[in-house]
Design a protein around this ligand. Structure first.
Ligand code: BTN
Length: 258
């Protein structure tokens, strides 16, 4: 891997956590993954001023022009693959905490399954978690987070917004990353393995779309149904219009009139 110039942002991070800021990367997730080939296991944040090949869920592209936060936390917790189901919910809550700490009214900041954060019911952040495991242990985790601080795409599949649009003020990318790093560390430190319930309950208390009819799009079908609960694996229980129950593991969810 070619050596790239970076700014060391470690001074803004919680104790023991590194941070490198690169003006431009293909993808902070991909760069963090490349670092693992050199033995890096963090904890370290990789942030970029812009990404030219930003990755989103389900193989989509994350448009990554300058002004927003693009970052990935690389770390190697001592856990088994079966333990990571709560992680997307922990990360979403930490992103929501960050928007609130920056001045967003908590009432308008919601988590959307599986791991987006909405402001005023529009997407303001997306999360892409990638992992590598060998046998029954996690080798490393990469938690990639995009936060729309200054701008948002106007052609996204789910309507988007930005922090600036909602809060009518601007925020420095480094300041936002410092808050996010602190919020996520606090939540990861408090995470008790095997105890999803408090995380699940908190996430549901600020979740978008539960109790309402929604349009659900999986890789193979599109249907409407009411989101009723989050199960212990982090999947969503849905009641379909004909009254039958279904559990969804991978899908995009939209307002039912989308
Ligand atoms: C999604 O909503 O589908 C997830 C989007 C995740 C985007 C972030 S930006 C920083 C990190 N690097 C990437 O290439 N993707 C994630």
């Amino acid at each position: 891997m070619a050596v790239k110039e970076y700014e060391d942002w470690g001074a803004s991070m919680p104790h023991g956590v590194g941070a490198h800021f690169y003006p431009e990367l293909d993808s902070t997730n991909a760069f963090a993954q490349a670092l693992t080939c050199q033995g890096e296991r963090g904890p370290i944040w990789i942030a970029a001023g812009q990404q030219v090949a930003g990755k989103a869920r389900q193989g989509r592209n994350w448009v990554s022009k300058p002004g927003n936060l693009y970052c990935s936390l690389l770390f190697a917790p001592q856990i088994a693959p079966a333990d990571i189901a709560p992680l997307p919910f922990i990360v979403s809550l930490a992103v929501r905490d960050t928007f609130i700490a920056l001045g967003v009214n908590p009432d308008v900041a919601q988590c959307k399954w599986p791991n987006d954060v909405l402001l005023h019911e529009k997407k303001a952040s997306g999360i892409l978690i990638e992992s590598s495991a060998s046998g029954n242990s996690i080798d490393y985790l990469i938690v990639g987070i995009g936060m729309n601080l200054a701008h948002y795409p106007d052609d996204a599949i789910f309507k988007a917004t930005s922090f600036t649009e909602v809060a009518s003020k601007q925020v420095d990318v480094r300041v936002a990353l410092a808050i996010l790093a602190e919020k996520l560390k606090g939540r990861l430190d408090a995470w008790r393995l095997g105890d999803f319930e408090p995380i699940r309950a908190e996430w549901l208390s600020c979740a978008w779309g539960f109790g309402n009819k929604r349009l659900i799009r999986t890789a193979t079908e599109t249907f409407t149904g009411t989101l009723v609960d989050l199960n212990s694996q982090g999947a969503v229980n849905v009641i379909l219009d004909d009254g039958t129950e279904k559990t969804i593991y991978v899908a995009d969810i939209f307002p039912s009139c989308a």
